[in-house]
Design a protein around this ligand. Sequence first.
Ligand SMILES: NC(=O)C1=CN([C@@H]2O[C@H](COP(=O)(O)OP(=O)(O)OC[C@H]3O[C@@H](n4cnc5c(N)ncnc54)[C@H](O)[C@@H]3O)[C@@H](O)[C@H]2O)C=CC1
Ligand SMILES: O=C(O)CCC(=O)C(=O)O
Length: 635
Amino acid sequence: MTAPAPLPFLVIDFDSTFTQVEALDELADIALRGRPEREQVVAAIKALTDAGMDGSLSFSESLKRRVALLSARREHLDELVRHLRTKVSESIRRNQRFFHEHAPGRIYIVSSGFREFIVPVVAEFGIPAEQVLANTFTFDEAGNITGFDATNPLSQDGGKIRQLQQMGLEGAEVYVLGDGYTDYQIREAGMAQRFYAFTENVSRPAVVAHADKIAPTFDEFLYQNKLPMTLSYPKNRIKALLLENIEPTAEKLFREEGYQVEIVPGGLDEEELMERIEGVSILGIRSKTQLTARVLERANRLIAVGAFCIGTNQIDLLGCMQRGIVAFNAPFSNTRSVVELTISEIISLARRLPVKSEKMHRGEWDKSAAGAFEVRGKKLGIVGYGNIGAQLSVLAENLGMQVLYFDIAEKLQLGNAVKCRTLAELLQQADVVTLHVDGRPENTNLIGAEELAQMKPGALLINNARGHVVDVPALAAALRSGHLGGAAVDVFPYEPKTNAETFENELRGLPNVLLSPHIGGSTAEAQRNIAEFVPERIMQYINTGNTQQSVNLPNLQLPAQQAAHRLIHIHHNVPGVLARINNVLAEHQVNILGQYLKTNEHIGYVITDVNREYDQDVIQALRAVEHTIKFRVLY
Ligand SMILES: NC(=O)C1=CN([C@@H]2O[C@H](COP(=O)(O)OP(=O)(O)OC[C@H]3O[C@@H](n4cnc5c(N)ncnc54)[C@H](O)[C@@H]3O)[C@@H](O)[C@H]2O)C=CC1
Ligand SMILES: O=C(O)CCC(=O)C(=O)O
């Protein structure tokens, strides 16, 4: 590893910075367990903490009043320490190695908290007790906390400034990292060159406003200062753009991971997306947004695309692959929802419910059996026997239907379903034809005038696949002429971008036609499943390089992480690239601990785990390997 830039003296606050919580709040919570006044007292202590932190109450007054409310004893401190060890800020815990290597003589905790709990917590990070400058409690003989040593400068207003003066760091480069006003005051008093507002746990506007720099995580602090860090890139710099009303769980998961998230409720057209895509690392879309080659040209930071749905025809998958951008979808998360909708449509159309309902709304009572039939014993023709088609097959047989199917790929025949050798064979026999093919361009107008003419008179057609699969004017003509008995259509060649846009289509107003606004997968269950599934895949890819279930990169499942650096290399699949990568590593005496390669006809995806010690030159050399598409160091 190249020598890190010299580390300035680093002064770190403890409460809400080194740990996620305010220790005195937590101590009160522990000490008052089982007491009726617990909630009230803890709330009062929290309010006093905040007032002291944002500068609206003098610090000494805040501390005095808080300690007076505590009712804590010496033995509560042990429990507090155990608790605080679980509450160390995520990004600080992640960089524990940095602390161990750099703490001695360099990293100080300067806190208005108390040494009794700070020293044992930070010791695990290699920060020696003498580098912890904090208050101390006073106790009575029975072990009750009675107050604090009021002569300690840190118990007084402006205490951190005085403490810094006593440390004798004048003339040295000092950076302060904290979340409170008192941390900023060190910088204001000229005792430090920079104040970093640490906002991972709490962001106080009055403090952030004064900061020289914002550090949403400790990784960001290290990154900005070119210091060695556990991650290769701070997560807070990863921006996700989520379009088309993706269920909020996705936003929550990405935020919890530390990413920035931007939400757009509707879809974006090509021009709009071209304007928004710059700087975006993760793009989340559903079926409407087209991720085209033109958009990809502007996608300067894109790492991953999530199709929060099944279909991926809206994504230029090849273009993504050639740029080393991974794409994931949710292949099973809404399967059941589409199947249930389809079952409901088969029965509704068979009973001419759209016509009956429409008449009732107009006040017409038309009680008759004309044109209505049971689905039991009828032939259901499923075109596309994939996940949806196959599951529908099972449910339809349970309703007593005879299932026929046609698929261009060889498929496992479920139950008593009968395979048709051609589409025509299926169309000629089925009472109900339902489409569940994918949206590949070759499926455009799969069902046109000719195919409709092959269907039985009075037969029903359902399209819950993709709009372009059916020639809509031809379908409208077949319905108008009475050749078809009805249709249910959920997907259209052009779909409104938002709910505010009017829906225009030739099928509007035709009898026994059920129209739905692309809601096959729009159930609470499906959307929730998708919003968990896709972010998990994306985050796993970003964190480990795992491409399992990606729809465009070679699928590589990785063994458990080992103590190593992981290098991710995506390259054009031409002979000799792997050899060149390994030559670079050998030339720099880098030891390979594990290497995993998967290729497809276009690209190669190789993950190399190497031992920890390597030079930055290696990285430059690997980036320069001919035919490299993307290279990143994972950790
Ligand atoms: N309406 C909605 O809200 C939803 C629509 N969908 C659509 O449903 C499609 C199917 O979904 P899954 O079953 O999960 O996909 P899948 O990939 O498991 O199945 C698609 C099947 O269609 C077959 N196929 C493709 N072209 C064909 C052709 N011309 N003739 C016969 N078979 C053909 C494939 O071989 C495959 O077996 C998705 O690609 C998506 O476009 C999916 C979910 C929700
Ligand atoms: O819910 C959506 O936006 C799209 C559903 C769909 O068509 C799919 O999953 O492929």
